[in-house]
Design a binder for this molecule. Structure first.
Ligand SMILES: Nc1ncnc2c1ncn2[C@@H]1O[C@H](COP(=O)(O)OP(=O)(O)OP(=O)(O)O)[C@@H](O)[C@H]1O
Length: 263
């Protein structure tokens, strides 16, 4: 894979909540235009890492750079401008129930830009089409399936053409078919729009297919950030543990069983 420059860098980031030290020197480069998937056991600090990248949490120590600029030292106004580069889809961040899908997706454009309504309409339709959601503009969130709601949320996250899209637990609550659909559309949209993706996921090892890099968070640090094939061969003990604990899932998949048949 060709080397790409990091669009986000975390350097020696430490963070405690009370007496609990969650991040103990996190170093992580997020490669521009690529997909970095953050994995790790529950409670290891994956979401805390994302919140630092977004500037929602400030580190006790260390720096976080976006495009080479230290966001930990920015004033609120400057940080707000930086955040215009980010699209966010968090677990549990729902659409507004009282607005139809069109208005939900149009909201960031109306709040953050002064585009005329016909331009807003063009962009909203384009993003909904990208998520295979034509014809739902007038519907309200409650009238859509869980998978469609997530896709509408993704359309909204993409509406300002962000440089980086953060996706925390994208498929929570969805069955295998619907979660595969989300990943497929996410991948297709990324091919078209070229954004950098940072995904927190429990879908290992399935998610490895989507990843350019897999970053494992354990023991307060990023233990490894490697392309999936190298990640699976890493000799780092935390990575080996993680791979072993997810191996069960690998053995359970159809592809694996089919692959084993000839033996
Ligand atoms: N604002 C906060 N105040 C206090 N503790 C927090 C706060 N945010 C996170 N924590 C703690 O930090 C730890 C890491 O949380 P985090 O949500 O990042 O884990 P995670 O790896 O994303 O877990 P999961 O996979 O279960 O979502 C947890 O013990 C959590 O309770």
């Amino acid at each position: 894979m060709e080397a790409t420059r990091p669009i986000i860098q975390m350097i020696g980031v430490e963070k405690s909540f009370g007496r609990q030290k969650v991040l103990d020197g996190v170093d992580l480069d997020v490669a521009e235009g690529k997909t970095t998937v953050i994995v790790g056991a529950s409670g290891e600090g994956k979401s805390v890492i994302i919140k630092h990248m977004l500037g929602l949490l400030r580190p006790d120590r260390g720096r976080i750079l976006f495009d080479g600029r230290d966001i930990t030292r920015m004033k609120t106004r400057e940080l707000r401008r930086v955040r215009l580069n980010f699209g966010v889809l968090f677990q549990g961040v729902a659409l507004f129930d009282s607005m139809n899908i069109y208005d939900n997706v149009a909201l960031p454009l109306r709040e953050r830009t002064r585009l005329p309504e016909d331009e807003v309409r063009r962009i909203v339709r384009e993003k909904l089409a990208m998520m295979d959601l034509e014809g739902v503009e007038e519907k309200y969130p409650a009238q859509l399936s869980g998978g469609m709601q997530k896709r509408a949320g993704l359309a909204r996250a993409l509406v300002l053409d962000p440089k980086v899209v953060f996706f925390d637990e994208p498929t929570t609550g969805l069955d295998v078919k619907r979660s595969t659909e989300i990943y497929r559309l996410f991948y297709r949209a990324q091919q078209q729009l070229g954004y950098t993706a940072v995904i927190v996921s429990h879908d290992a090892p399935k998610i490895f297919k989507l990843a350019d890099y897999v970053a494992l968070v354990a023991g307060g640090k990023v233990q490894a950030c490697l392309p999936p094939e190298e990640f699976q061969l890493s000799s780092n003990p935390y990575v080996k543990d993680f791979i072993e604990s997810t191996m069960g899932t690998i053995y359970d998949t159809d592809e694996f069983r089919e692959g084993m048949m000839p033996l």
